[in-house]
Design a protein around this ligand. Structure first.
Ligand code: SF4
Length: 453
């Protein structure tokens, strides 16, 4: 292959003009190509863009081949071309095993690393063009981790989405699914735990699809192999001795594997599944992933495996084409599903969404009326489920303290979106996980007294 054949890849869905761009020239055999892919996977998951040309790149990586003299010559020519056109060049690959061959001819290259030294290449890129700060991608804010008072953190495991829900424009904004390599996610989680984080909230657009894009790429981790896969991630996070909460999970069949881990106390018995509707006709119009799964049966089985499971979901009412029968189907489904935490939105068109082309817009007053019926039903379900907790003693993570008490959350409550537990007692501080005897409940929240640990 020549450098020209392998010039920097074409840009795809480049919306973030602020993100640094990286150009890549990959020479040599398929193994070297895989090395390049790994470097790019990591850089892309950190928010870097790929540049289709030398001029627009903040830095150019040249992955060299040193197998034959002709290959070395070609590699040196490629480095020379990149130096002339851009000037900021990082060299890696087989020729990097003998760096003086490169530095003799091109003393101004920024770094020379050997084959498979992905981390070194990535940190060399970080030095020249620091990674963009994106709160949806980065776990660590630019100012570093605050040890107090934030005792929970979001763990973003992937970017983009392979689904094409008709009401959503995220895939056109953020592109297809790009999963962060599992070792990178686990390293991030370890850093957060070390810094005092007690609860990790796993987020993405589609958590259960994690790793599909990179064919569940496996990595050595500690003394085992872990795959970039939902269940492996859950198992490993489950060993970290913190609360792990799963958000945005779609009910693909393999999701069933996580409920035993929840029952063992490795992962919080909490799952956030955005069902959005229950009527097959509406789900079809919404083009929802996993919409044919028999969700009521699945929910029943999950609760059998993990009796303490709390299920959170969101729904849209008044979606184009939703009939009164569809809506009543949804209410009936809700009655049977007995979800713990539910958010509901009235459908609103989003510019550029496919759903805008659907017939059968639901008038605003009908949307409003359905929303009220839906919320009234769910409030009753939620109140009844919370009332069953009165008398039990639950683990509660403390968020804020005040005079004579604190507010916190049980395993059934994600921060910001679910309920709280008001705790009477002294000596608690944010981040403590305490035992609380529940004494009262309402539609959303619980009250209780600090119990002996
Ligand atoms: S709503 Fe659908 S398309 Fe949009 S991010 Fe979620 S799963 Fe992907």
């Amino acid at each position: 292959m020549t450098a020209a054949q392998n010039k920097p890849a074409k840009k795809k869905n480049t919306k973030n003009e602020e993100a640094p761009t990286v150009g890549v020239v990959s020479l040599g055999c398929p193994k070297a190509l895989v090395d390049t892919e790994r470097i790019l996977t990591q850089l892309r998951s950190e928010g870097y863009q790929l540049s289709p040309n030398y001029e627009d790149a903040n830095v150019v990586i040249v992955n060299t081949c040193g197998f034959l003299d002709s290959a070395k010559k070609e590699s040196l020519e490629a480095i020379g071309e990149a130096m002339d056109a851009n000037g900021k060049v990082i060299v890696t690959g087989c020729m990097g095993a003998e760096p003086e061959q490169i530095t003799k001819e091109y003393p101004k290259v920024l770094a020379v690393t050997g084959p498979q030294q992905y981390e070194e290449v990535v940190s060399a890129v970080h030095k020249v063009a620091p990674p963009p700060h994106d709160p949806y991608v980065d776990l660590v804010p630019p100012q570093g981790i605050k040890l107090t008072p934030r005792h929970y953190a979001y763990l973003k495991i992937s970017e983009g989405c392979n689904n094409r829900c008709s009401f959503c424009i995220i895939p056109s904004l953020r592109g297809d699914l790009v999963s962060r390599p599992i070792i990178q996610v686990l390293a991030e989680a370890e850093r957060l735990v070390k810094a005092g984080v007690k609860e990790l909230l796993v987020i993405s657009q589609d958590t259960s699809a994690y790793g599909i894009d990179n064919r569940y790429q496996a990595y050595p981790y500690k003394n085992r192999t872990v795959r970039t896969k939902f269940i492996d991630l859950c198992r490993e996070l489950g060993e970290m001795g913190i609360w792990t909460r799963l958000h945005y999970v779609y009910p693909y069949p393999h999701v069933d594997e996580v409920f035993p881990l929840m029952n063992e106390g490795k992962i919080l018995p909490y799952i956030d599944i955005p069902f959005q509707h229950a009527s097959p006709a509406v789900l079809k119009n919404m083009r929802r992933p996993a919409h044919q799964e028999k969700t009521l049966d699945r929910i029943h089985d999950w609760r059998k495996t993990c009796p303490d499971l709390a299920i959170r979901s969101t729904f849209i009412v008044g979606f184009p084409g939703e009939t009164e029968e569809d809506f009543e189907f949804l209410l009936q489904w809700m009655q049977e599903a007995q979800l713990d935490r539910v958010g509901c939105f009235k459908y609103e068109p989003v510019q550029g969404a496919k759903a805008n082309e659907l017939q059968g817009a639901v008038p605003p007053e009908v949307q409003e009326e359905r929303w009220h019926r839906f919320m009234a039903l769910q409030q009753g379900i939620s109140a009844a489920r919370l009332a069953k907790k009165v008398g039990r003693t639950l683990d509660v993570i403390i968020d804020e303290t005040g005079k004579g008490g604190a507010t916190g959350r049980s395993s059934a409550d994600a921060p910001e979106i679910d309920g709280i537990v008001r705790v009477s007692g002294d000596g608690m501080k944010p981040g403590d996980i305490v035992r609380v005897k529940i004494t009262a409940s309402d539609e959303y929240d619980l009250e209780g007294d600090l119990a002996a640990a």
